[in-house]
Design a protein around this ligand. Structure first.
Ligand SMILES: [Zn+2]
Length: 64
């Protein structure tokens, strides 16, 4: 995902801003990292450049 996506996405639970912690970056895109909600503190993983913004209780039903 591009870092500018942070301006668009928000916490699915409370719509607050997310804080980005980058673990791996390439050509301006974040490949691996973590998004943390500034309000409720929930974390959302970024895997293979795709932010997983499903609420924690729905993740098990998501396709791999
Ligand atoms: Zn939140």
């Amino acid at each position: 995902m591009k870092e500018s996506l942070l301006d668009i996405i928000c916490c699915p639970l409370d719509k607050h801003d997310l804080e980005l912690e980058v673990e791996d970056r390439e050509d301006g895109e974040v490949l691996e990292g973590t998004l943390t909600c500034t309000d409720c503190g929930e974390t959302y993983p970024i895997e293979d450049g795709i932010p997983n913004l499903l609420p924690p209780d729905m993740r098990e039903e998501a396709p791999a």
